[in-house]
Design a protein around this ligand. Structure first.
Ligand SMILES: *Cc1c(COP(=O)(O)O)cnc(C)c1O
Length: 424
């Protein structure tokens, strides 16, 4: 019994599609090999940091109450800092998501009269209200922090000239978003992030550079902190949680800046000293240990999906063989029925809630109905396989995650098979 047979016999996928899948996989061996090499490099980096920090069984247990002297929590901060090559890190379950980890950076550091400049165009949707582009009495704008942005060039690349001209003496912080988020542009690789940081620092060496690192961790052998970022933030139900962390977020960077974020998270003066980890240390530490592997599985799934749908004549972004800097895969379907069929079959392939059939719905904050597929062990976890697409032309599905490559492969093949059958 081989993989093609079990797909055909268990899921009724046409043998032709199964064979196409195997062919695509063969064509992409060198891409997979590169992903393995990055994974192995990052795995040794993480393993060594854990050994050097003296990880022992006692670190896997947590604390209650104030959470003073939480050895596991302190060790994990140290391990993140070592792996990301930063002075310090703040890794907490009390940071409930990526948006909050970014908000901590903004509210911890920016003061009335300061200016925040996005140098990579519009930020991720959920930040609109944090910044004050959507009204909120607690936004940065309401507090007197000005926001400006340098848009990307029409081809999606950074506008270095405009960045140099826009960073002034009053630009307290510049922010770079590494991932494409849910826009149809390329993610920025580490080299490009380094060039953007140089442009910012040349215009004002005192400007603090923050990188929104969501979806980017461990995709490369280096991180934004290796090329001059002062601070990075991300979510633990994405890459660095390795699929095991049940919740959480992190901030890593210059010690003084991390301390400000910690004071903002708890209370001025309490900073990093409090915050019971309860029973989470084991999953957070083991999750970080697994993260290079998990990210590699999801990257292989993304590459396979791109390869398969390219073969079927669809446009993908990034292309199967393109260099990647995040785990997101976009497929352009140009047809609402195909987009729906794809998302439904991602759901049908999921380990949890596979019997559910997603329908497009009017999500708060979005202009068009959105169809979403997610069947995850951790609610909303997008290091687990998930896909969504706004129901508007050109009908693009954004897919990300996958704890296990074979599961993503099944999802892609099932999607392709059912789409072609519906067409007939
Ligand atoms: C997911 C994400 C966020 C927000 O994280 P949440 O955990 O959804 O709050 C911010 N920026 C980028 C680029 C993201 O991918």
């Amino acid at each position: 019994m081989n993989f093609e047979n079990i797909l055909h016999e268990t899921y009724g996928i046409d043998r032709e599609i199964c064979r196409l899948g195997s062919l695509v996989e063969e064509e992409l061996v060198s891409v997979f090999r590169e992903i393995d090499q990055t994974r192995d490099y990052n795995q040794i980096k993480v393993l060594n940091a854990m050994q050097e920090a003296g990880l022992a069984e006692r670190h896997l247990f947590g604390t209650t109450g104030y959470g003073y002297d939480d050895a596991g929590r302190e060790l994990l901060d140290q391990v993140y800092a070592k792996v990301f090559d930063t002075e310090d890190a703040l890794v907490r379950t009390q940071i409930v998501c990526g948006t909050q980890s970014l908000a901590l950076c903004y509210f911890g550091i920016l003061r009335p009269g300061d200016e925040l400049l996005s140098v990579t165009g519009r930020l991720y949707d959920t930040l609109d209200e944090v910044i004050g582009l959507r009204e909120n009495p607690l936004s940065l704008a309401a507090m007197g922090v000005a926001y400006r942005q340098v848009d990307l060039l029409p081809d999606g690349s950074p506008d270095y000239e405009e960045i140099s001209a826009s960073v002034t003496g009053s630009t307290k912080m510049a922010v770079i978003q590494r991932s494409r988020g849910y826009s149809y542009r390329e993610s920025f690789d580490i080299e490009t992030i380094g060039k953007i940081i140089s442009a910012v620092k040349a215009a004002n060496p005192n400007t603090i550079v923050l990188v929104d690192n969501c979806y980017g961790e461990f995709v490369d052998t280096a991180e934004p902190s290796n090329v001059g970022a002062d601070l990075m933030a991300g979510s633990l139900i994405k890459n660095p949680g390795g699929g095991l962390a049940l919740t959480g977020g992190y901030v890593a960077g210059k010690a003084q800046l991390v301390a400000l974020c910690a004071d903002r998270l708890t209370a001025p003066g309490l900073g990093k000293h409090v915050g019971a980890s309860l029973d989470h240390n084991r999953q957070m530490i083991q999750g970080f240990y697994m993260a290079p592997h998990t990210v590699a599985e999801s990257l292989k799934g993304a590459v396979f999906t791109a390869g398969l749908f390219e073969r079927l004549g669809f446009e993908t972004s990034p292309a199967a063989t393109a260099k990647r800097s995040d785990i997101i895969q976009a497929v352009r379907f140009e047809d609402p029925e195909k987009l729906k069929a794809f998302c439904r079959n991602v759901q049908a392939a999921a380990p949890v809630d596979s019997y559910v059939s997603p329908e497009p719905w009017d999500m708060p904050g979005y202009e068009d109905p959105v169809i979403m597929a997610a069947g995850a062990f951790v609610q909303g976890s997008s290091i687990e396989l998930s896909a969504d697409g706004p129901m508007k032309p050109p009908y693009i599905a954004f897919m990300q995650g996958g704890l296990v490559y074979a599961n993503v492969k099944l999802a892609a093949l099932l999607g392709a098979d059912r789409m072609l059958k519906e067409e007939r």
